[in-house]
Design a protein around this ligand. Structure first.
Ligand SMILES: [Zn+2]
Ligand SMILES: [Zn+2]
Length: 155
């Protein structure tokens, strides 16, 4: 992690139109189970880590924002829809979605928040039977897929 922080963690959206760099190691890391994070991600929860806004650098493109309430705005790529940021209005900090980091394992959430909305099936789902992607592709008889996802690196 120290190496990553010195080099600056990088990330971006699925299509590559938006790329960003963090100039500090994220703190206040969490997964948030709140209903707004479920809706904003389309997933069961969101994972975040934050830096000062001055330590968040947009390296390519532009982030579109939606003020999901009168206290916060959520940033995303307008071209592919990837959720990228969360910022409390008036705050000098901004959080990025940990899944949008090029190394999504680099930052580990330290807390769970919004737990009153944690989905009842979440713990059971994480213990459900497992399938690797290549097994799923083989079963679906898919030989090759043209992947349009931006690589997990600067281009
Ligand atoms: Zn995009
Ligand atoms: Zn939330």
């Amino acid at each position: 992690m120290a190496d990553g922080a010195q080099a600056g963690l990088t990330g971006g959206c699925q299509c590559g139109a938006v790329r960003y760099r963090l100039e500090a190691e994220p703190t206040g890391t969490n997964i948030c189970h709140c209903r707004m994070c479920q809706k904003a991600s389309g997933g069961p929860f969101m994972a975040f880590g934050g830096v000062r806004t001055s330590e968040f650098v947009i390296a390519r493109g532009a982030i579109t924002t939606f003020a999901s309430s009168d206290i916060a705005e959520r940033g995303f790529c307008a071209q592919c829809g990837t959720p990228l940021t969360y910022r409390a209005l008036g705050s000098d900090r901004i959080s990025v979605t940990l899944g949008s980091l090029d190394d999504a394992n680099a930052v580990e959430p330290a807390r769970q928040i919004g737990v009153e909305s944690r989905l009842r099936w979440l713990a059971r789902a994480l213990n459900a039977p497992e399938t690797r992607t290549e097994q799923w592709l083989a079963r679906a008889k898919i030989q090759a897929v043209h992947n349009r996802q931006h690589p997990d690196a600067e281009t």
